[in-house]
Design a protein around this ligand. Structure first.
Ligand code: SAM
Ligand code: SF4
Length: 477
């Protein structure tokens, strides 16, 4: 029997890349690959890249420079390291990577990574392999399912892709070009995936998609199901105590999604609903296809369905033509809605997008100033939201042992990390916690005895840190 080959995979960007990286690991497992945390002993290194902003894609080339040195050093000892670039930079700049980075053996777009075993074989025979087509077949039909031990090692919280691609074509965004047209997976496949995860200890599922609430998958009844219908079905699966979804578009908030929030206790009352700007003029230039009024009405519908619902969002500052007045409208919208957190970004022109051709650019200095002003406002809202938990008893899903000995960490419904002193046996359970204090973005408290405590038995106590949306959500990267 051949010794296992080692795979090191590094993911950049969104949660879909985190999910895709896991699926690449699962796909390469039957080929004899096991994961390694170190580049130095890897036989295959995959960079799973992000193209959403310039800074994100630049990282790939600097990382390739570092990998070249590692590869050359290994070659001096007679060892060949294969280097693959996957993800959205691979899709957008495949030929350019082949030209600029001779150290790269394989370039594979996000829709083709189920072909990795064949691409490796091709690279071995012919030197290099590039695949950035959008294949006709659905890659999910070809990906190996994760093994039970892998699922358990990944923790009690899992992402599941239900939808990919985007047909919205916001004028600043590369996603429709790198991820392709909107495609939804069939309901039965998603149900099978979630059932397998639940049977192996997963307690929380986050359904992901570039535009997840545009989901329109085929049901077993032959009809098209919405995200709300899908959530109702998944809530019936034994073992799943929490459901989430991300990222949503304000235009695709329909009645079934609102009904799901009204009817399903396991659907968490925390919605990421990006708005990008508080100015209708800028929203039109962004081709967002919604106004601030549409956005406020969507928020009101969620709030009417569930009073304890909280929101996060994405904002872009310095979009071409954004005036001080437009920016003030963004601050006003943030003040009016009141967020539990938000991501904010400086506009980054992306080659091939309509906004990149717009002339009326905002200066880099002005963008910096606006970003700081927006982040200060968002930070103050986030701090107030976190502080409001002090003195309350809140449900926490426990995920893993914390860094401090004896402490266990979990998440509240709003993804706030919450720490208690307790036995690791509570990992995988939702338990009430009396919140006593706040340390930066973490809540500290103690287990409360609660008449409605929902103790879920049976999850593994040996779990890896779950990869969730980070608690500090404001970033200018
Ligand atoms: N589908 C989601 C939506 O409709 O809002 C967004 C997905 S996108 C991968 C994540 C975020 O990246 C966007 O919400 C936007 O704020 C930010 N983003 C996308 N393109 C950008 C650009 N060219 N410059 C700066 N930020 C950008
Ligand atoms: Fe990009 Fe989201 Fe707009 Fe689609 S809806 S183009 S993913 S920002």
């Amino acid at each position: 029997m051949n010794p296992p080959r080692k795979l090191h995979i590094k993911s950049y960007g969104c949660q879909m890349n985190v999910y895709d990286a896991q699926r690449m690991v699962d796909t390469l497992a039957p080929e004899g690959f096991v994961e390694t945390a170190s580049v130095d002993d890897a036989d295959l290194v995959i960079l799973n890249t992000c193209h959403i902003r310039e800074k994100a894609s630049e990282k790939v080339y600097s990382e390739l420079g570092r990998l070249r040195a590692v590869k050359d050093e290994a070659a001096r000892h007679g060892r060949h390291i294969n280097i693959a670039v996957a993800g959205c930079v691979a899709q957008a700049e495949g030929q350019e990577i082949i030209r600029r980075a001779p150290t790269v053996d394989i370039v594979v777009g996000p829709q083709s990574y189920h072909h990795l075993p064949q691409l490796l074989a091709h690279a071995k025979r012919h030197g290099r392999a590039l695949e950035t087509e959008f294949p006709i077949e659905d890659k999910f039909g070809f990906l190996a399912p994760p093994q039970p031990d892998k699922i358990r090692a990944r923790g009690i919280s899992s992402f599941v892709t239900v939808q990919e691609g985007c047909d919205k074509f916001c004028s600043f965004c590369v996603v429709p070009y790198t991820r392709g047209a909107e495609v939804s997976r069939p309901v039965t496949k998603i149900v099978d995936d979630v059932r397998r995860l639940a049977e192996n200890g997963v307690r929380e599922i986050t359904l992901i998609g570039q535009n997840v609430n545009a989901y329109h998958g085929e049901g077993a009844d032959g009809r098209i199901w919405s995200l709300g219908n899908l959530l109702h079905r998944l809530a019936e699966i034994p073992g799943i105590v929490r459901l989430r979804y991300s990222t949503s578009h304000p235009r695709d908030v329909d009645d079934s999604l609102i009904a799901a929030h009204r009817d399903l206790p396991s659907l968490m009352p925390f919605v990421h609903l990006p708005v990008q700007s508080g100015s209708d003029r800028i929203l039109a230039a962004m081709n967002r296809k919604h106004t601030t009024g549409d956005y406020r009405r969507a928020i009101d519908r969620f709030r009417a369905a569930r009073q304890d619902i909280a929101f996060s969002s994405d904002f872009i500052v310095g979009f071409p033509g954004e005036t001080e007045e437009d920016f003030l409208a963004t601050l006003a919208l943030v003040t009016q809605i009141g967020y539990a957190g938000a991501y904010s970004f400086k506009y980054s022109p992306r080659p091939g997008t309509p906004a990149a051709e717009m002339r009326e650019t905002v200066s880099a200095d002005e963008m910096d100033v606006r970003l700081v002003r927006l982040q200060e406002l968002i930070d103050s809202q986030q701090s107030a939201f976190n502080a409001a938990a002090i003195g309350n008893t809140v449900d926490v899903l426990f995920e893993r042992s914390a860094r401090n000995p004896g402490q266990i960490v979990g998440r509240t419904a709003y993804l706030q990390p919450a720490h208690v002193m307790a036995s690791p046996d509570i990992i995988g359970q939702v338990l009430p916690v009396r919140i006593e204090s706040l340390e930066r973005y973490s809540l500290l408290g103690e287990l409360a005895t609660h008449p409605n405590a929902r103790a879920i038995q049976g999850a593994s106590s040996q779990v890896a840190p779950s990869r969730m949306i980070p608690p500090q959500m404001t970033t200018g990267a």
